[in-house]
Write a protein that binds this ligand. Structure first.
Ligand SMILES: O=C(O)C(=O)C[C@]1(C(=O)O)C=C[C@@H](O)C=C1
Length: 303
């Protein structure tokens, strides 16, 4: 199998889609948020799930653009950014983007992802020579794709790949995308549900410039910390988190650039009360040399 990048092209398709009564931005016509991808992408679905159908999305070609425009007050009210998938794993560069941005995590969405092999009407399995999709979508389908000798081509997003085969009337190219994307372009789902496992979820972070609304319902937080790198320093921090009765739902390490492989840690923590979280933060402070809270929010659910 070969992987190749297509040239990046940016289209400005803004989909206007209405706000959930519980949305922190209710009362407005709907928030305007950046997403990675275009009409019919999974990011659009995640944005609608969190903000309601009045959300207005600003499609971006790259995650860097998502964060850059998402942080710009004049252009948007925030961003929706995928951070990990249950089959393909963490999207590591996005943690880096998060670290460099001043955006706050105000929520999360776990979206059930069903990937489909999509072709133009009349195209058969044996006609396919290439399969185009977002790298994370391709990775979610490797078990299926490994059965064929197709050339795999990475693109900006799943829906755009579907649009591309429709526009080019491709006879030898298939796309991996959602059923919604197939419907949008009148394409045929030749193989449904081709992801390696049925239980396939992508976790999306909802990012805004500041905490919007109350944090009364918050039961999760994301933090980044650096220890003094002395023996047992990470174990000390982890012990204090456990002693505080907090569930560490994720721990991810990153080399600190230019530090000869010293690491910083991203931790997602689940708690019952915000006081419990603040107490643990105070307890771990002396064992860290840097500590940044990315956001305190209500956890999402895999439904
Ligand atoms: O291409 C899309 O539809 C996207 O929204 C991107 C993305 C990702 O970045 O992980 C979102 C969810 C799926 O896991 C596959 C791709």
């Amino acid at each position: 199998m070969s992987l190749e990048m297509t040239s990046k092209k940016t289209e400005s398709v803004t989909s206007e889609v209405s706000a959930d009564a519980s949305s922190p931005l209710r009362g407005r016509r709907g928030p305007k948020v950046t997403i990675q991808g275009y009409e019919g992408s999974f990011h659009q679905e995640a944005a609608r799930q969190f903000f309601g159908k009045d959300v207005e999305v600003i499609p971006c070609a790259t995650f860097r653009e998502v964060v850059k425009i998402g942080a710009n007050k004049k252009e948007s009210d925030g961003a929706v950014m995928a951070i990990e998938n249950s089959i393909a794993g963490s999207i590591l560069p996005n943690y880096n983007l998060l670290q460099k941005s001043n955006l706050t995590i105000v929520g999360e969405v776990y979206l059930h992802i069903k990937q489909n092999l999509i072709v133009n009407q009349g195209v058969k399995l044996e006609d396919i020579k290439e399969v185009h999709s977002h790298t994370m979508a391709l990775q979610q389908c490797y078990d299926y794709l490994d059965k064929y000798k197709w050339k795999l081509v990475e693109t900006e997003d799943t829906a755009l790949s579907a649009k591309h085969i429709y526009q080019h009337k491709s006879k030898h190219v298939a796309a991996i995308a959602s059923k919604l994307a197939a419907e949008l372009y009148g394409l045929n789902v030749i193989a449904p549900g081709i992801q390696t496992m049925k239980n396939n979820y992508t976790r999306f972070l909802i990012l805004q410039r500041e905490q919007n609304g109350s944090i009364e319902q918050a039961n999760k937080a994301s933090v980044n910390f650096v220890t003094d790198h002395s023996k047992g320093s990470l174990a000390r921090v982890l012990g204090q988190i456990a002693d505080g009765g907090i569930n560490l739902s994720k721990l991810q390490s990153f080399p600190i650039p230019g530090s000869d492989f010293k690491y910083s840690f991203h931790a997602d923590m689940e708690f019952e009360t915000i006081e419990q979280f603040h107490k643990v933060i105070e307890a771990i402070k002396p064992s860290t040399v840097e500590l940044k809270i990315y956001g305190v929010y209500k956890n999402g659910k895999t439904v």
